[in-house]
Design a protein around this ligand. Structure first.
Ligand SMILES: Nc1nc2c(ncn2[C@H]2C[C@H](O)[C@@H](COP(=O)(O)OP(=O)(O)OP(=O)(O)O)O2)c(=O)[nH]1
Length: 405
């Protein structure tokens, strides 16, 4: 049954009323590919740490559309020509930029489908929609691929100061309650400009840019790379890996029909990929966890129960790589306690490294200084605090079941 009344305004907890600019955008929002984003959590398993973090890619995409509307308005008010076709393409590209995220977003990226990023899958979805909507997404796709001759349009969608980051920091800060990420996206947008078709920020906003970058750094350490969240995501990845292994050994596993294509086949048939991918979301993974929490395989059963009941791992961080001896000791203890072999124990003990830098000079933020010259951010700002934002910080960790303490 098709809905008759077209809803043109959405109420967003962050920005208030968001208007949908035209019928074509409305049709895209109504499409099942986009509605699926209501069932893809924005921040993986971070809700196990921050209980409010249940927002989805749907909220984020609509928020990005709103910020893009503000950006177009600001740039036009400064005399930058953006014609109606370009405007429409910008809205479509930002709206659809995350269509390619799979269940639990980053937590399972590269595990459900290997060797293909969410950006590549977003592009496949856009191309498919372009065919369904008579070529009306052609310019949006060109901009998204960086093939349009006005690069500031891609900068608005994907750069170090894009609408994506401006929305997700503010939104994740709101839903987690971590105030440091609450950046002033309206102020930053109002300071945008375009010179030679590149996106720039006016010098007046230098300290707002610094605030935005340090807010992002903080959100990475405190939220996205939170130790408990990292451990939980390892457990979820272990579930998928264990299911693969059991299937390889001929053991029956209760898998939702929608996931069978991805978990039961050794090689993925590319011609069916999009249709199958469009059918999976977080709920299929939850079903997998719930259906196997009493499985006869101890490893799979324990992993499912640990996630569902939030019996997570202990994580230790250090500034140097974790010595193998330390890991071996943990592995031996786990093997002995649960009568596991090496392979089985490897599903519960992990080590790795995480890195974070607030600003990468390689894809610079450009500042329009008071002499009307365009300079790179750390050249425009002489304070050492700006240079420090470009520093890469790496931390090492290992995690193991708390029962071993
Ligand atoms: N829980 C969790 N969330 C993450 C992690 N990495 C990113 N996120 C969340 C934070 C944001 O809401 C969102 C950012 O990722 P996106 O796929 O939207 O953008 P992209 O990867 O292009 O981010 P970037 O432009 O590089 O900052 O995902 C992670 O490792 N764990």
């Amino acid at each position: 049954m098709k809905q008759q009344n077209k809803l043109k305004i959405l109420n967003d907890p962050i920005y208030g009323f968001i208007s949908i600019p035209n019928d074509a955008i409305f049709e895209l929002i109504e499409h099942p590919y986009f509605q699926r984003l209501r069932r893809i959590t924005q921040m993986g398993l971070s809700y196990l740490v921050y209980p409010g973090a249940h927002h989805t890619r749907f909220h984020h995409a609509i928020g990005c559309l709103h910020l893009m509307q503000r950006a177009v308005q600001v740039l036009r008010s400064k005399g930058i020509v953006i014609d109606d076709v370009e405007e429409d393409a910008l809205y479509k590209a930002i709206l659809l930029h995350d269509l390619g995220h799979g269940p639990f977003s980053h937590a399972l990226e590269n595990l459900i489908i290997q060797g293909i990023s969410h950006e590549e899958i977003s592009l496949l979805f856009m191309q498919d929609l372009n065919a369904q909507f008579n070529g009306s997404l052609t310019l949006a796709i060109k901009i998204f691929q960086g093939k349009y001759h006005r690069p500031f349009m891609l900068d608005l969608i994907s750069s170090q100061l894009d609408m994506d980051r401006l929305d997700y920091l503010k939104r994740d800060s709101f839903y987690t309650g971590v105030a440091e990420g609450n950046i002033n996206s309206q102020r930053l947008i109002s300071m945008l400009n375009v010179v030679d078709d590149r996106l720039v920020v006016e010098e007046k906003a230098l300290y707002s840019v610094e605030n935005f970058l340090s807010g992002r750094r903080l959100m990475y350490w405190q939220v996205y790379l939170h130790k408990t969240g990292i451990g939980a995501e390892h457990l979820l990845q272990s579930v998928v890996q264990r299911v693969h292994e059991l299937l390889d050994n001929g053991v029956t596993v209760d898998i939702p029909t929608t996931l069978q294509f991805f978990l039961s086949n050794k090689t993925i048939d590319r011609s069916q990929l999009l249709e199958r991918f469009a059918a999976i979301d977080d709920t299929d993974i939850f079903t997998l966890l719930k259906s196997n929490q009493s499985h006869s395989d101890l490893v799979l059963r324990e992993l499912c129960q640990m996630i569902l009941n939030r019996q997570l791992l202990r994580i230790k961080f250090s500034n140097t790589p974790v010595p193998q001896k330390k890991l071996d000791k943990k592995i031996e203890k786990l093997k002995k306690s649960y009568k596991l072999n090496d392979k089985e124990a490897s599903y519960f003990i992990f080590h790795g490294e995480i890195s974070n830098s607030a600003y990468a000079k390689a894809k610079p933020i450009l500042i329009l200084n008071k002499k009307n010259k365009v300079v790179e951010l750390t050249d425009a700002a002489k304070e050492p605090s700006f240079k420090a934002l470009a520093k890469v910080v790496t931390k090492y960790y290992y995690c193991y079941p708390k029962i071993q303490d």
